[in-house]
Design a protein around this ligand. Structure first.
Ligand code: ACM
Ligand code: ZN
Length: 687
């Protein structure tokens, strides 16, 4: 974390902070040319008097202490500036690494815009680069030539601000990556995580293993969805029906150079030991049974370690990133149980479980990566069976793995479901097919990476946040951009801006504006101004007779999806588009409950809504019966209703079962018969 003391620096500005905040508040609605319109919102802003105008010919910029590449970047940027060697000629002065900048954090900057000139002070070129990004956003990429005067003292909240690209499920060109680097830079993101290998295709040239790119990078189906239905998994590059692709080392060098000039580190991910179907298909000798079937490498064979280390050596030679991502998630481990090599390894190494066998592989790979002067980062499954000593954890299954790793003294990047951009960002009926439920801009924005259990001391291990886009259902670059923006803006603000400045209501109009800017630049963003939002029923609590009443379960609800436990079905909260919103309760058995209304009273209506989403196994119950009773012993049935939704319909649907009656009752029993896997229900409404 940064040590730069912004408060001290601001004191030097000699303006009373009360006045500052009063003025700041009044300037928040400025329409354009204002620092209040940018994302991520800077740490400290002090409004000034008047405006600064960039002439159409541009400003003259004096640069001190930065590279020629930096000067070049400014000259070619939308600010349309010309670099001058004479400070007295310049109306923009950028000074890097001077004595005055010593207290500024590595990525921080100090920007003063006055009517006659702009001054940027930073301790590093990266900080100065971010000041330029602030100016680019203030001018709406050079469109507005007049901007409000102000002073900005800015620095990031977290050092790691990442965006993830799954180029395996669908291959995206190097030009696509380069285009996204520009958007990332504008948002002050600094880590590009490339998921280069997975079952759907290997995407990186490895000289020693040419079949990874002549075979494992190609498949006889264009989209991931079509591919999962076809039997031939991979094909030769020269097959007339081959789809896929890979990056040559020269492609990667081009991406790396572009990223470096925008202060973005590219982190390569080579998946192991799971999600490796394509690699074992190309080189079956590293699979358990030697046939190349299954998705896991064999940790029992020495050949596997030679293979992985040879690959990692080439990866390390190519990518300067300190972190090498080794995956680690969702290994099936099934073949390990019966593989003689795996079993021998477990015996020899005293490993008591398959998790420990996985940990053996990860630790050994870590040793190798460390020997090359680099560190590993991996998905939170690397905690299972014992975490490798120097590993950094990417917490994706919620934040609990990350918190555990932090408490054990490891560095962590938080990337839980709220930051998964493959989730649907708006009402499913208007959005393309996707997985993972509903993850609106607000869901992404409201994620707080700092759990209250993390102490001030431990906070240094929380490196930051990352948004992930898995591309199983994202076959084109246009679709990928649609999923990235604007939700990436939200992650950028979480990673950069101060926690106390986060406010969704204030962020949203800035996001609409930045979407417009990106659209003008040729990015296919989601249309935020046409957002439908969450399921209408979920927006307001519902009043009914059973609200707050005790519910007794004849069959338990699922431990994985309890929502708020036994109070869920009478809490007055209706569910949204996703069963993961803590308003829906999941049941693997029948829903069979009795509600105690507290006293005998007239009952005219009993209803419950169920979710239908076959992808993850969520189905409407086969039937629902309602019974009522005055004494809790003798029940009278008031009817049974039957499901009429076809199980095969893949879309998200909702089915309400409701019955009307005219009875005096204290107890209401609802029995919904589970015909398949999960039932999800949000409320039982009685009136
Ligand atoms: C993951 O989403 N399997 C890391
Ligand atoms: Zn094995």
């Amino acid at each position: 974390m940064n040590t730069f003391n912004l408060t001290r620096l601001l004191c030097c500005l000699a303006t009373a902070s009360m006045l500052f905040f009063a003025q700041a508040a009044s300037s928040e609605n400025a329409i354009s040319g204002s620092v209040y319109n940018i994302i991520p919102i800077p740490a400290n802003i002090q409004p000034g008097k008047g405006t600064f105008t960039l002439t159409e010919q541009g400003a003259k910029v004096y640069v001190q202490g930065a590279s020629a590449a930096f000067s070049n970047y400014i000259q070619q940027s939308a600010l349309k500036c010309k670099v001058t060697k004479k400070r007295s000629d310049a109306n923009i002065a950028i000074v890097v690494g001077s004595k005055a900048s010593k207290k500024i954090a590595t990525e921080g900057y100090f920007l003063t815009i006055s009517p006659k000139r702009i001054d940027v002070v930073a301790s590093t070129e990266q900080g100065a680069f971010y000041a330029i990004q602030t100016l680019l956003q203030m001018t709406q990429m050079g469109e507005l030539r007049t901007i409000d005067c102000c002073t900005v003292a800015d620095e990031p909240r977290f050092p790691y601000r990442g965006l993830h690209f799954d180029v395996s499920r669908h291959f995206f060109s190097k030009e696509f990556l380069i285009k996204q680097i520009d958007a990332m830079a504008l948002l002050k993101l600094n880590r590009m995580h490339l998921h280069l290998t997975d079952g759907a295709g290997w995407r990186l040239q490895i000289d020693r293993y040419p079949r990874l790119t002549s075979f494992a990078a190609w498949r006889p189906a264009k989209t991931w969805q079509e591919w999962t239905k076809c039997e031939t998994k991979y094909c030769d590059q020269n097959d007339p029906d081959a789809h896929g692709g890979f990056y040559t080392k020269d492609d990667i060098r081009e991406v790396l150079a572009y990223a470096e000039s925008r202060h973005i580190t590219v982190i390569p991910e080579i998946e192991m030991p799971g999600h490796s179907e394509e690699a074992v298909a190309a080189y079956p000798e590293v699979s358990c049974d030697g046939t190349g079937k299954g998705g896991d490498f064999c940790p029992g064979k020495e050949a596997t370690f030679q293979f992985l280390e040879n690959i990692l050596s080439e990866v390390i030679d190519l990518f300067p990133s300190h972190y090498i991502h080794i995956g680690g998630d969702e290994a099936g481990k099934g073949a390990w149980k019966t593989c003689p090599d795996c079993q021998r390894r477990m015996k020899e190494e005293g490993l008591n479980s398959l998790d420990e066998l996985q940990s053996y592989l990860i630790r050994r790979i870590e040793k190798f990566v460390n020997s090359k002067g680099r560190d590993i980062i991996g998905w939170d499954e690397i905690l299972e069976g014992g975490l490798a000593p120097n590993a950094t954890v990417m917490s994706w299954r919620g934040t609990s793995g990350g918190i555990k790793a932090i408490k054990a003294g490891h560095d962590v990047v938080m990337t839980p479901g709220e930051l998964y951009l493959d989730h649907t960002q708006d009402a499913p009926f208007k959005e393309p097919m996707s997985i993972g439920g509903y993850g609106s801009l607000q869901v992404t924005y409201d994620f707080n990476p700092v759990d209250p259990s993390i102490t001030q001391q431990e906070l240094k291990h929380l490196l930051g946040v990352q948004a992930n886009l898995w591309t199983e259902y994202v076959p084109t670059p246009e679709h990928a951009e649609y999923m990235y923006y604007p939700r990436t803006f939200a992650v950028a603000e979480t990673g950069w801006s101060r926690a106390e400045d986060k406010n969704y209501e204030k962020f949203r109009p800035r996001a609409v504006e930045l979407c417009n800017i990106l659209q003008k630049l040729g990015y296919n963003t989601f249309d935020l101004s046409n957002e439908y939002g969450n399921r209408r029923e979920s927006l307001q609590p519902v009043q009914h007779l059973a609200k707050g009443c005790k519910v007794t379960y004849q069959q338990p609800f699922s431990k994985a999806w309890p929502s708020h436990g036994a109070t869920t079905l009478t809490d007055g909260e209706l569910g949204g588009w996703t069963y993961a919103d803590h308003k829906w309760q999941g049941l693997l058995k029948d829903l069979d409950v009795v509600i105690d209304l507290g006293k005998l009273q007239p009952v005219h209506y009993v209803g419950a809504t169920f979710m239908h989403l076959p992808g993850p196994g969520v189905y409407v119950p086969r039937s629902m019966q309602v019974e009522v009773s005055a004494d809790g012993k003798n029940y009278e049935s008031i009817g049974t209703l039957w499901n009429d939704i076809d199980d095969k319909i893949p879309d998200l649907l909702f089915k309400t079962f409701s019955l009307t009656c005219n009875r005096q009752a204290r107890y209401v029993r609802v029995h919904a018969v589970n015909g398949k896997e999960f039932i999800f229900v949000d409320e039982i409404i009685v009136n």
